[in-house]
Design a protein around this ligand. Structure first.
Ligand code: MG
Length: 293
């Protein structure tokens, strides 16, 4: 079995890093991109963040007009979404970002927040969760399991941080998987547990997860192409967790200090979904996944 483990927030304590990530991102925005006083931008950031948290189902990380993730699903996701909303809502900021990212791969705001994320998470020192090293070592030692690190970050950051753990062997990294790459005209649809075929999974009355994520879908299909059984482990739901569940792949959601109740509920209610109370529980939790060999 390939055990695909998300990096940020799952192996690492994202909640301890997010303040530094936000501070560095505000520095860059204020001084290099939109050229406004940093104190003003920081105050607007805090006000926007608080507003998002008052109605999380109405604010999201949007790519190509589709919802990639609700704003409250992770500490880094809340930072990214806060910046996106802040930049989209102010015409002056939007113009400055558009000028700074003239050949945007997605749109200038998404490219800007991707840039801030990649640049500044790479500058943060590694902050592994307790048990991260032991869990990875146990997976490496288990004859039937291969750990594979899943990340939207660039592989070099992740490899550099993993090297500080001093594991006996290198772990493969599935980097830049772009779970946020939403493609509105991707024709693929999925059959849900109750037999309905759809591209958007309504997990709870207020929360629907769009499944049009061809880049991540292809990454999972590639990993299963050698007939390996897969399992995915992550601290957030919409980005890394929804596709595995609708593809028949067990998904383990790590409960963190920032995990919203609605994500716990949605994953717990799915037959292939499990909640991990702590990372160290993973090896035992995997024992419960039937392996047809
Ligand atoms: Mg994560």
């Amino acid at each position: 079995m390939k055990v695909i483990i998300d990096f940020d927030g799952t192996l690492t304590a994202e909640e301890l890093q997010v303040a530094a990530l936000a501070a560095k991102s505000l520095d860059t925005l204020a001084h290099e991109i939109i050229h406004v006083p940093r104190e003003l931008l920081a105050a607007e950031y805090q006000a926007t963040r608080a507003r998002l948290l008052r109605a999380t189902h109405r604010h999201w990380w949007e790519v190509n007009g589709l919802i990639a993730s609700y704003c409250d699903e992770g500490a880094f996701i809340l930072n990214t979404t806060t910046l996106q909303v802040l930049l989209r809502e102010n015409d002056t900021y939007l113009q400055a970002v558009t000028a700074a990212f003239p050949e945007a791969e997605y749109d200038p705001v998404v490219d800007c927040t991707n840039h801030l994320f990649h640049r500044h998470t790479a500058e943060l020192p590694p902050e592994f969760r307790p048990g991260a090293r032991n869990v990875l070592a146990a997976l490496q030692d288990h004859p039937g399991r291969t750990p594979l690190i899943l990340t939207n970050s660039l592989g070099d950051k992740v490899r550099r941080h993993l090297n500080t753990l001093g594991l006996d062997a290198e772990i493969a990294v599935l980097g830049d998987t772009r779970q946020y790459e939403m493609v509105p005209d991707w024709p693929h649809s999925f059959v849900l547990a109750h037999g309905k075929e759809t591209q958007v999974w309504r997990v709870l009355p207020k929360y629907s997860i769009d499944l049009r994520r061809p880049a991540y879908y292809q990454a999972l299909v590639r990993e299963a192409a050698d007939n390996s059984q897969l399992a995915v482990v992550a601290d957030t739901f919409s980005l890394p967790g929804a596709l595995p569940l609708v593809m028949g792949i067990p998904f383990f959601l790590l409960r963190t200090s920032y995990t919203p109740a609605w994500c716990i509920r949605a994953v717990a209610e799915h037959p292939l979904g499990s909640i991990l109370e702590k990372l160290a529980d993973l090896p035992a939790a995997l024992d419960s996944v039937a392996d047809p060999g």
